[in-house]
Design a protein around this ligand. Structure first.
Ligand code: HMG
Ligand code: MG
Length: 291
């Protein structure tokens, strides 16, 4: 039986805000997360325990997690690149964590300063420590179709990394079109390969929207059986280590898109639009707005 439900994993407070150059106050971040909690999301990525030299905007992650009003049944997630990040996330009472790797060597080096193999070796103890504490672990794979440094990514390489993250115990793998330039054909070919090592119910689509094709990419992923998609309210974001990448697909557009295709997201539209407005107000002037 095909499920008629789609879950949107809201990543705006992390993937959206991490790329903003202007200083956003902790209070504004907390207000955004609290609004998102009221909008009906079950999972919200709110924090990132990474080096503040690499991503200064996320330096107040512990304060954000301490300040939010935790809604019942909502999982508040944090990125953790290594054991130090894991310990920070546990101390701040993150409900789940995410380890984040890449399918391309160029992006792995630029984003987390190590090879893919080194990153997996670094993630293993994090996943093991999380398992021991009963903390769910999500896995990200970046550059699943194209890398800003290495060009096209081989679908087999995405499947290889996915298999390794699943073997570590990740409950879900989020497949990132980090630079937002994937075509629906590219997504479809990649998914066909990854579905040889993972069930559709273990996969999520994480599409940035640089080329304006993210919603088409969602449609092909739905056809492949995926039912979880990451979005950022207001279409916030980009990745500081993926030059030229635009924001994530806007959650409100994603929700409207899947609703038009007959899927229920369980989100409250009016509150969602309120959150999108809050998010847009936090965004500084877009550097690439006239490109
Ligand atoms: P490194 O320089 O190779 O590692 O960075 P290091 O161990 O030598 O540490 C360097 C400094 O960072 C040291 O401080 C450490 O103490 C500190 P110093 O001695 O220079 O003062 N440090 C930390 N501080 C806080 N928390 C930590 C931590 N670890 C070390 N956990 C490292 C390696 C991974 C730390 C670095 O490269 C890093 O922080 N990278 C994060 C990059 C990032 O957050 N990128 C954005 C998120 S990924 C993304 O957006 C893609 C995604 O959305 C999916 C998609 O779209 O594809 C998920
Ligand atoms: Mg991203």
């Amino acid at each position: 039986l095909e499920s008629d439900k789609v879950e949107i994993f809201e990543v705006g407070p992390r993937d959206g805000l991490q790329n903003e150059k202007s200083v956003i106050s902790t209070a504004d971040k907390i207000a955004l997360v609290d609004c998102l909690s009221r909008a009906g999301f079950k999972r919200i990525e709110v924090a990132s325990f990474v080096s503040p030299k690499w991503v200064p905007q996320m330096a107040d992650s512990a304060e954000v997690l301490a300040g939010i009003t935790r809604a019942k049944g909502v999982s508040y997630a944090a990125l953790t690149p290594n054991m130090r990040g894991f310990e920070g996330a546990v101390a701040a009472r993150a409900d789940e964590i995410a380890i984040f790797g890449s399918a391309s060597e160029g992006f792995s080096k630029a984003n987390i300063n190590c090879t893919i193999a080194e990153s997996l070796a670094r993630f293993a103890p994090v996943a093991e420590a999380a398992r021991a504490k009963g903390i769910p672990v999500r896995g990200y794979i970046s550059c699943v179709v194209e890398c800003p440094y290495d060009g096209p990514t081989a679908p087999e390489q995405v499947a290889r990394v996915a298999a390794q993250l699943l073997a570590m115990g990740c409950y879900e793998i989020s497949l990132g079109d980090t630079i937002g330039r994937a075509t629906p054909e590219g997504i479809d070919t990649m998914l066909a390969e990854v579905l040889r090592v993972a069930g559709a119910d273990q996969l999520a689509g994480h599409f940035h929207d640089t080329s304006g094709r993210a919603l088409e990419n969602v449609t092909v992923a739905l056809e492949r059986g995926l039912r979880v998609f990451d979005g950022a309210v207001g279409g916030l974001g980009g990745c500081p280590y993926a030059p030229g990448a635009a924001g994530n697909v806007a959650t409100e557009a994603l929700a409207a898109h899947v609703a038009a295709l007959g899927y229920d997201t369980g989100l409250h539209e009016a509150v969602l639009l309120e959150a999108a407005q809050l998010a847009r107000a936090m965004r500084g002037p877009k550097e690439d707005s006239n490109v």
